[in-house]
Design a protein around this ligand. Structure first.
Ligand SMILES: Nc1ncnc2c1ncn2[C@@H]1O[C@H](COP(=O)(O)OP(=O)(O)O)[C@@H](O)[C@H]1O
Ligand SMILES: [Mg+2]
Length: 496
């Protein structure tokens, strides 16, 4: 019998359609997998069911009765709890306080009953005790935990709620094999006891191991729902991509010179292992795969923001013994991140002050003739079609896309030889994106070498000459020529 039914749900964020007229039905004692590429609407659907986001249209039924879910409390009261992809844990609270955050046992009406709390939490702790690591205890503040351990806390929270419906939005993305195995045992038990589970994962082996049904989303729409035993990996990938995009392979007019600009040999670091690749002058190399497979860490290690464990980096033929951003800048490397908060702007400062720090550093300037260098900034900003009224304007008064262009300009006025682009167009509008990539193309034509990581597969396929696919910290496939198409990219990304 259908326990939860979502009918004709639609949701827009501004002009973005996140969900378009979606229907899903979840039965009792069922593990129902949702799959779809980045941005296809999976998390939005989960958030609507869990009350943290409101649908624009559509209805939700529990046991055939229409229910209104206005907030997370409504959802909880209907027997739904959710593992949020972004996690919903309090960093400074302990593991046990987090597990029972919304349901702390009390005594004498208002005091937290610590003994009861510890006893109840132990049950969930014991489930993961053998796989969570030695430094994981009930009293550990969450802030001290690793990413996998935080995910375990978020899982424990859902389990502790003991609701009939449990939603898990990418709960295994940071877990290792033994942790996933342990979690799946729990899921299968829950199913036996009659619980209904919505489970999101990008790992094919996990989906086939634990799922009963699979719903595939593409571009905000539900494409199909099937029993897992009725579909195979090939069908799933094809439906996620859609017929017309299967062999999408947009040719870039490339102008490489057959001299290596940057060579990486057996590089190991945090989140990546044994990476070797060579990039020619004027070439754009794409690094693809699902989000968080080590791509960003590799770029940050090449630039010297993160340490490398072993392996070598050569710029042309010179070996780069110790890496640091300082050295990298002197060697002509630039690193641009799409995460403006992490690596980006100096809020409260002018555009001018935001553009010149690297230039001053590289040219060892302490005093400068402002009028002399200003044209350099204006030219670069014009190339990027930046919209601003004056170079003295405070940066946060600009739109996100224009702020991002300022950061890019910061790195471009020094004529870099090698550009490391870490999801550079994340969160900027389409026209800013087009301006950015047109400039990237022009730079490559002038001989600049570019390594591009993009979470947008189409961007990657369109602008890269070759694509190295990352899976679990390793390069698992090189796509070039006619092999550089969406099907092959997805197959290599989702395979494990
Ligand atoms: N809070 C938000 N504001 C604006 N756009 C959003 C927001 N949340 C999601 N989106 C957009 O809605 C679409 C669906 O996103 P999401 O549901 O997170 O996809 P998925 O979980 O499948 O990756 C994407 O285009 C995403 O950029
Ligand atoms: Mg999501």
């Amino acid at each position: 019998m259908s326990l939860l039914e979502v009918k004709n749900i639609s949701k827009k964020y501004g002009a973005t359609i996140a969900l378009n007229n979606c229907n899903i039905s979840i039965n009792e004692s069922e593990i129902h997998v949702l799959i779809g590429s980045n941005g296809s609407g999976k998390s939005t659907l989960c958030k609507i069911i869990s009350g943290s986001v409101q649908a624009d249209e559509g209805e939700i039924f529990i046991k055939n009765k229409k229910k209104i879910i206005k907030n997370p409390i409504d959802s909880k009261n209907l027997g739904i709890s959710t593992f949020y992809q972004e996690l919903s844990i309090a960093n400074h609270a302990s593991v046990e306080d987090n597990v029972f955050m919304s349901n702390l046992p009390s005594k004498y009406f208002f005091l937290i009953d610590r003994k009861k709390l510890r006893n109840s939490a132990l049950k969930f702790y014991n489930l993961f005790k053998n796989v969570a690591g030695e430094d994981f205890s009930l009293s550990t503040p969450v802030i001290q935990l690793r990413e996998d351990q935080r995910q375990i806390v978020e899982i424990m929270k859902v389990l502790a709620s003991n609701t009939k419906i449990m939603i898990f939005d990418e709960p295994t993305s940071a877990l290792d094999k033994s942790q996933v195995e342990c979690f799946f045992k729990i899921l299968k038990n829950l199913k036996k006891q009659g619980h209904s589970i919505i489970f999101i994962s990008h790992r094919m082996n996990e989906i086939f191991e634990v799922g009963d049904k699979i719903t595939i989303l593409r571009d905000a729409e539900v494409i199909s729902t099937n029993k897992l035993s009725d579909v195979d990996q090939d069908t799933i990938i094809k439906r996620m991509i859609g017929e017309k995009n299967l062999i999408l392979n947009l040719k870039r007019k490339s102008n490489q010179i057959k001299t290596p600009a940057l060579t990486i040999r057996n590089l190991c670091g945090k989140n990546f292992d044994n990476i070797s690749l060579e990039i020619l002058k004027g070439e754009i190399i794409g690094i693809g795969g699902l989000h968080g497979q080590g791509q960003s860490s590799l770029l940050r290690s090449i630039f010297g923001i993160l340490p490398k464990k072993s392996g070598n980096i050569f710029i042309e033929n010179k070996i780069l013994n110790k890496t640091s951003p300082r050295k990298s800048i002197n060697y002509g490397l630039s690193y641009i991140s799409g995460d403006r908060k992490r690596d980006g702007i100096f809020p409260g400062r002018s555009i001018f002050e935001n553009i010149f720090p690297i230039h001053f550093y590289k040219n060892k300037k302490i005093f400068t003739n402002r009028n002399g260098i200003q044209p350099l900034a204006n030219n670069t900003l014009d190339l990027l079609k930046t919209v601003y009224s004056s170079i003295n304007q405070e940066i946060t008064n600009l739109s996100g896309g224009n702020q991002q262009k300022i950061i890019i300009a910061r790195w471009l006025i020094n004529s870099p030889l090698i550009l490391l682009l870490d999801d550079p167009a994340k969160g900027i509008d389409l026209s800013a994106k087009a301006d950015l990539y047109s400039l990237i193309n022009q730079l490559a034509e002038k001989g600049v070498s570019i390594i591009l990581y993009s979470s947008d597969d189409e961007e990657l396929l369109t602008y890269s000459d070759r694509i190295f696919v990352f899976n679990n910290g390793k390069i698992t496939k090189l796509l070039e020529g006619s092999e550089k198409n969406k099907y092959n990219l997805y197959e290599a990304s989702y395979d494990n």
